[in-house]
Design a binder for this molecule. Structure first.
Ligand code: ZN
Ligand code: ZN
Length: 651
């Protein structure tokens, strides 16, 4: 089996699946999906298992439907797939049958035999339909394999891997024997074009997953179940956090409801406090800009497909007439901003800068708009309007290491606040072969910045992996991946070092020696976007937000209808609200049991029940969501506890 194109040759054994658009521009690839760390850690073993499992699946399918024509079958995030052309439409109803056939092949414990052949031999076998098949099929040449053979460079050996009677064109590697596959499951079927090109035949893509053992396989599906229970779309709707109004607002543009907005404001408060203490200054920029802005930044034309189409604007009639020559001057084009960087660059350029002004750290919770394909929109995870925890740090080369380190420290601080225990920074570097093509042609700067980043990562003992040849066009980047408490991975943010765009904008500062120099720029967004981060937090907390983040922090519940008691409850709420606590009262006639149930259902963090005895003693009965009754406390003590927990942002 040959694996997916169009990866570079050195990656041909484990390429990423084709299909996703390349996003070469700074600040844009905030939400790229990628392989998990676990997979990379265990690449040799787990990917080998999954890849081998794809062979076994193909073996089973070839036995059940001998006309099957196989194309690609790479390991992917969380599993594997194999693309097949087949008259029969495979549905999940077929999975049990295919799996049963796979088990037979595993039980037979065939060796994965590597066979080196000449190109002529391979072409002959493919013409006879013998590749990706269990027998010769003279009337059915292995057409995709024939095509794939052409992709193998002349100096590379051509190899088959054979298990039992199934022979496939493949570079490997595999496990030793089919019997080494201990735990697998077919998961879904989709359609895909051969080589991801819609001019090619449409194939059926059969997905499966495999693990080292049954326990891990079961844990994985248990995690998926739990993730379903914690689905941010479901919990978001239950809690009334946001709504998507495709009919009026447009798809992928969340309307944040009051309770979701409460969370947003807490996150912004955290970011503002943290950034202020770290020496950032805040700026605000419009949601659109002239075409010139994005031509200069390079987002146009490369990123055009991911931006909303331009608005054409003519200034008022008089000016239009004054500048008119014949049929009139072309209208000005404005674009909705897809990233904040260019605006910040213009703020840098707005005043003369000297080395004394650096580092300059411009921060903004900026709203961006990206034209994601409608089929890719997904709840809060993939949207068209997004609020980014953005900042750009302009600094000298000498300041870079310290600034970059401070950004990392900020991440660690946030991880602690949110109880994120597992994370990794994926440090993507360039490849010398890509210079001038995939990467800006500045070999010296690449080396220098990559060395600096690597040194900071090593010195700070931060958990990172280095991934060659995946940098952004303008500099090395770091994708920050975190795991929710149930073990699901999210890419939250991308940091980039940018040594090219500031020059494109002509950004300069006067150095100590009176020469003009171009600053480096660090793009960073530790809290990602509100959309994705809150989506993550909903799953992470299962909607049970800690007190400081809870949309409704406190609900006062009355036990009884006595006037003095009602007044006591109202005073309590008023006092909490004076302290900026999001407190409400339930003064209804419902029995206390029903009130507690309603508050629990609404995921109110803290319930303060007050009855006649509490009133008499100046006390409240404290109850915490999901944790039950905590005992009675003097009113002032309860309020002080609440304020402290909020101030300290306790988890
Ligand atoms: Zn940026
Ligand atoms: Zn293989």
């Amino acid at each position: 089996m040959t694996m997916a194109p169009p990866a570079p040759r050195e990656n041909r054994h484990f390429p990423r699946p084709p299909g996703r658009r390349l996003r070469p521009v700074t600040g844009m690839n905030m939400e790229k999906e990628r392989k998990t760390l676990d997979e990379r850690d265990q690449m040799s073993e787990l990917e080998r298992i999954r890849h081998s499992c794809a062979h076994v699946m193909a073996t089973a399918i070839a036995r059940l439907w001998p006309d099957a024509q196989f194309a690609y079958g790479p390991p992917v995030e969380n599993g594997f797939y194999y693309d097949v052309e087949l008259e029969h439409r495979i549905t999940p109803d077929d999975f049990a049958r295919i799996e049963a056939e796979m088990k037979k092949e595993i039980k037979a414990n065939h060796r994965f035999e590597r066979i080196v052949v000449t190109r002529d031999q391979a072409l002959e076998d493919a013409r006879k339909g013998r590749l990706g098949a269990v027998c010769e099929r003279p009337d059915r040449p292995s057409k995709f394999k024939l095509d794939l053979l052409e992709d193998i460079p002349p100096d590379e050996p051509i190899t088959y891997f054979q298990n039992g009677d199934f022979i496939d064109l493949c570079a490997g590697p595999h496990v030793m024997r089919t019997g080494n596959l201990k735990a697998f499951r077919l998961t879904s079927v989709a359609s895909a074009y051969y080589k991801g090109d819609e001019n090619n035949p449409q194939l059926q893509r059969i997905y499966g997953t495999a693990f080292k053992n049954k326990t891990q396989l079961e844990e994985y599906f248990k995690m998926l179940e739990e993730a379903k229970r914690r689905d941010h779309r479901k919990i978001g709707a239950e809690m009334g956090l946001y709504t998507l109004d495709a009919e009026y607002t447009g798809p992928g543009m969340p309307l944040w409801l009051p309770k979701g907005t409460a969370i947003i404001e807490e996150l912004e408060k955290l970011a503002k406090e943290t950034e202020f203490a770290a020496g950032y200054v805040r700026v605000r920029t419009p949601h659109l800009a002239k075409e010139k802005m994005y031509l200069t930044s390079g987002h146009l034309p490369y990123y055009k497909d991911s931006m909303f189409p331009p608005m054409e604007v003519r200034e008022d009639e008089e000016e239009k007439n004054a500048t008119r020559e014949g049929a009139g001057a072309p209208p000005e084009r404005y674009y909705l901003k897809a990233m904040n960087c260019p605006h910040h660059h213009r703020i840098f350029a707005a005043e003369p800068r000297s080395y004394r002004d650096l580092p300059l750290r411009l921060a903004e919770y900026g709203t961006c708009y990206r034209y994601e394909q409608s089929g890719e929109l997904f709840g809060l995870m993939r949207v068209r309007s997004l609020n980014m925890n953005d900042a750009h740090i302009y600094c000298t080369e000498d300041q870079f290491a310290e600034e970059f380190n401070a950004v990392n420290e900020m991440y660690l601080k946030y991880f602690k606040i949110f109880g994120i225990e597992k994370y990794v920074m994926r440090f993507s570097t360039h490849s010398p072969e890509g210079l001038g093509k995939k990467y800006v042609n500045e070999p010296g700067l690449w080396k220098k910045t990559e060395d600096m980043v690597r040194q900071v990562l090593i010195n700070s003992k931060i958990n990172y992996v280095e991934v060659p040849n995946e940098a952004a066009f303008y500099g090395p980047k770091i994708d920050v991946q975190v795991w929710s408490v149930i073990g699901r991975e999210f890419t939250l943010a991308t940091n980039q070092v940018d040594f090219a765009v500031p020059a494109q904008f002509g950004l300069q500062y006067k150095d100590r020696d009176n020469t003009m120099k171009t600053p480096l720029c660090i793009h960073r967004a530790p809290l990602g976007t509100h959309e994705r981060f809150i989506g993550f937090l909903i799953e992470h907390y299962a909607g049970n937000f800690p007190l400081w983040l809870a949309p409704e922090q406190v609900r006062v519940l009355t036990i009884g209808e006595d006037e003095a008691l009602i007044a006591y409850a109202k005073d309590l709420v008023a006092e909490l609200r004076r302290h900026q606590v999001r407190a409400e009262a339930d003064l209804s006639h419902d029995p206390i049991k029903a009130k507690v149930a309603a508050a629990e259902k609404a995921r109110v963090h803290t319930m303060l029940a007050v009855g006649p005895r509490d009133l008499a003693a100046g006390k409240v009965s404290v109850r915490l969501h999901g944790k039950g009754h905590q005992g009675a406390k003097p009113k002032d003590e309860a309020i002080a506890d609440i304020l402290t927990a909020i101030r300290e942002r306790r988890g």
